[in-house]
Design a protein around this ligand. Structure first.
Ligand code: PHE
Length: 330
């Protein structure tokens, strides 16, 4: 009996204890053989032996039960300690993605115009001469058609050099009023510090079935937009030329880097050129069969905006996909 109490107390696990329990209480266990012996005894001897056996059974049982509950508690405790999570432990940071700065600025531009009730239009990247040039009043001899600037396909189609063909597609498929922007990719054969062969533009077009739309409307609309994007800047309209607008202007904002001191970014002019615009040329309206309408259009380079807003000095770095650069825009 003492031996078994010892065995029980020395058990290290519930499984081990179970083995000992079977040794004692099992069919071939010591108690079973004890009770078997009873048959051979008589009278007082039998009584005493039975009483002892019963006592022994109860004591061993109690001993096992209390040991079992201790072991269970200990086992749960070790499991809990083993599974514990140290929430203060330093871990390798998980890399998370982010919008490319160009797409981020594109989204901000789109959001502004959508808030001003402009609809969002798209067009094909592979265009034809009519939509990209002809209908936009770009005569055959215009330098923009030069092989230098345009990527041509073998079948005379081309990669659109600007988003302006979307204006044409929209006007050919609907009647005014039109109030649209067309964001998208454009392509030119150009590659240096400020030019990449693929870049992004946002085109804008407003057309009314009356002669109500004037340069003044265009001015105030663009001033609102540029102040929204760049904050409290001065906006300047400089006479310029585009075949598809007349009059045309290039739009400058006061330099957001030097605030009038003169710096490298503004080439000491204190102005930064940000977009082109104008009143839609009557020839464009004739090309799409519009009569008695008026409108204005503008076009901007998204990379240019991103470079200014994020202070990226070399346009090409926006296309290299270098994570060390891109991670700074998260
Ligand atoms: N399409 C012109 C360009 O790519 C920009 C522009 C659009 C100018 C609309 C005026 C009006 O340079």
């Amino acid at each position: 009996m003492k031996d078994y109490i010892d065995k029980i107390t020395h058990c290290m696990s519930v499984a081990e204890l179970e083995k000992v329990r079977v040794e004692i209480f099992g069919k071939k266990g010591i108690l079973a053989s004890g009770f078997a012996k009873l048959k051979e005894l008589d009278g007082d001897e039998k009584k005493e032996f039975a009483a002892n056996l019963n006592k022994m059974r109860d004591e061993l049982n109690e001993c096992i039960e209390s040991k079992k509950s201790k072991l269970l508690k200990a086992e749960i405790l070790t499991k809990m300690q083993k599974d514990a999570v140290d929430v203060t432990l330093f871990n390798e940071p998980v890399a998370s993605g982010a919008l490319h700065p160009v797409m981020d600025v594109m989204d901000r531009i789109i959001e502004y115009f959508v808030s001003q009730n402009f609809s969002l239009e798209t067009g094909p990247l592979i265009e034809d001469d009519f939509h990209n040039f002809e209908a936009l009043n770009l005569p055959k001899y215009h330098p923009a058609r030069d092989m230098q600037d345009t990527f041509y396909l073998n079948d005379n189609r081309l990669l659109r050099t600007h988003t302006s063909p979307v204006q044409i597609r929209k006007m050919l498929s609907t009647q005014p009023p039109i109030r649209m922007i067309a964001p998208g990719t454009v392509f030119r054969r150009d590659f240096d510090l400020t030019h990449t062969p693929m870049f992004h533009q946002v085109e804008g077009l407003v057309v009314e079935p009356s002669d109500n739309v004037s340069f003044a409307n265009l001015k105030s609309m663009l001033e609102g937009f540029l102040k929204h994007m760049f904050g409290d800047v001065k906006v300047r309209f400089r006479p310029s030329f585009f075949p598809f607008t007349e009059p045309s202007a290039e739009v400058d904002i006061s330099c957001i880097f030097c605030h009038g001191e003169g710096c490298r970014v503004c080439k000491h002019t204190t102005w930064l050129e940000v977009l082109g615009c104008g009143v839609v040329d009557p020839n464009v309206f004739s090309a799409v069969g519009y009569k008695n309408v008026s409108g204005y259009a503008f076009g901007l380079g998204v990379e240019r905006f991103a470079m200014l807003l994020h202070r990226v000095p070399d346009l090409r770095s926006l296309f290299e996909g270098d994570l060390r650069l891109l991670e700074q825009f998260r």
